[in-house]
Design a protein around this ligand. Structure first.
Ligand code: URA
Length: 443
């Protein structure tokens, strides 16, 4: 392929096909994705195609073809040879579509590994209002996100758990396309979300995959029907690629747990591994662990037992130490703290996840462009959740930051984040179920 006028005309015809609402062929998709990855299709042409896909959608064949073009843009890993004590290791991964306070990967990965399953978690960094697993873990002194493939395999065989950055050669087309989607308003598209997530998971070589598909105000796709369609699209893509894939649809209208940020989320995850922690974080960790253990051929296993007896914590400590981290080192603490308080007596009936995520981001917890440094100690601690009774003046949130000038912006994000109603009726009725549904492949 060359960057000639002919190629530009070819790209234009692909864009026009999708703009007109017709399906793209496999060859057209492979040509565009390969051309964009290698700099031969211009960003403005790919932007136009992404917007046409956003508006017109794609059928299942197109989504599969787009996913495979992204997988083929890089290396496909093979984890089928993992062994411990001479016996093959089963691999199961989990992926969340992203949410506020979603630290579940941190307790879940060592918990599932403590049952003898290998959990390869190639994770990302936060962008916008959702946090990134690697940013959170980097608040542990010494911990390294970059792990080479040989070290990753050795760690999976020895410890069973690894959470690390995906190498640059894993679906590089997705890396470029994701950055472009982020600045062209085309992130929230089911075909583009499904292919982005599944290209990386299939290329990673996991044997099985459990997807946590979020719905509610803090999710990329707030509408529940959209979340269901995204889930079933990804489950089919995984199945067709030979990966046992299932999804759990979970509520993200309220932040998960009581900590949103980086070090504060690590601290909350350690509480869960120690047998405590907020009930919603524990509930989701256990629900996803059950799915992962079932996919690994260990049905009817009770993951709660390893939170109670310390085996999940031992697995966490080994995982952190294997990547240079000191699990006993104190976590960074914010220099400035400020409370946001209730303005009336009543019952909390709503807490907008998106607003809390934005506040944590403004406190320095997230980045506005790739490569920016994040502040490990920045975050929000939540003191009241939906269903709780509060009194006027009682703290709803504590803001943590190293930079006092960030407090006002964060407070503004939280102005309308919480709904407090008169304390009539059943207080408990205001909290929504966390686990909305389970989605499995149906032929
Ligand atoms: N996570 C991904 O990997 N891709 C997306 O498009 C959105 C979230």
């Amino acid at each position: 392929m060359t960057g000639t006028v002919d190629d530009a005309i070819h790209a234009v015809s692909v864009i026009a096909t999708k703009r007109g609402g017709q399906a793209l062929g496999d060859a057209q998709i492979a040509w565009m994705v390969d051309g964009y990855t290698h700099g031969e299709v211009a960003p403005e042409q790919m932007s136009a195609l992404l917007m046409a896909i956003y508006l017109r959608g794609m059928n299942r064949q197109e989504i599969a073809s787009w996913t495979h073009a992204m997988i083929d843009s890089g290396r496909r890993m093979d984890l089928s040879g993992l062994r411990r004590d001479g016996r093959p290791l089963v691999t199961v991964d989990k992926h969340s579509t992203g949410g506020v306070g979603d630290k579940i990967t941190l307790p879940l990965t060592p918990l599932v590994a403590s049952f003898g399953v290998a959990v390869p978690q190639l994770s990302g960094r936060g962008l916008g209002h959702t946090g990134g697993t690697l940013d959170k873990l980097e608040s542990i002194p010494g911990w390294r996100a970059e792990v080479g493939i040989d070290d990753m395999i050795a760690q999976l065989e020895r410890v069973g758990a690894v959470i690390c950055a995906a190498g640059a050669d894993l679906a590089p087309a997705d890396r470029k396309l994701y950055a472009l989607r982020d600045v062209t308003g085309t992130v929230e598209s089911i075909p583009l979300l499904a292919s982005s997530i599944m290209s990386k998971k299939i290329a990673e070589g996991t044997g099985a995959l459990v997807l946590d598909v979020k719905t509610g105000s803090g999710a990329f796709l707030p509408d529940e029907d959209d979340a269901r369609e995204l889930a079933s699209t990804m489950v089919e893509l995984g199945h067709d690629a030979g990966v046992d894939t299932r999804a759990v649809i979970t509520d993200m209208s309220t932040p998960l747990g009581r900590a949103v940020g980086n070090a504060v989320e690590v601290a909350e995850s350690v509480e869960v591994l120690a047998g405590g922690g907020p009930s919603d974080v524990v509930e989701l960790t256990l629900a996803l662990a059950r799915e992962m253990l079932d996919a690994a051929g260990l049905p009817d296993t009770d993951p709660a037992s390893h939170l109670a007896d310390g085996r999940a914590m031992d697995s966490w400590r080994s995982m952190i130490a294997a990547q240079g981290g000191d699990p006993d080192a104190p976590l960074p603490v914010a220099r400035h703290r400020d409370d946001v308080s209730a303005d009336r007596d009543g019952v909390v009936t709503g807490m907008d996840a998106r607003s809390v995520g934005d506040a944590a981001w403004r406190l320095g917890g997230g980045r506005s462009k790739p490569g920016e440094a994040v502040a490990a100690e920045a975050g929000v601690i939540i003191h009241a959740k939906p269903g709780d009774r509060v009194r006027a003046g009682q703290p709803l949130f504590t803001l943590h930051t190293r930079d006092e000038s960030r407090l006002a912006g964060a407070r503004a994000c939280l102005d309308a984040a919480v709904t407090i109603d008169d304390p009539a009726g059943d207080v408990g009725a205001h909290s929504r179920p966390l686990i909305v549904d389970h989605v499995r492949f149906t032929p």
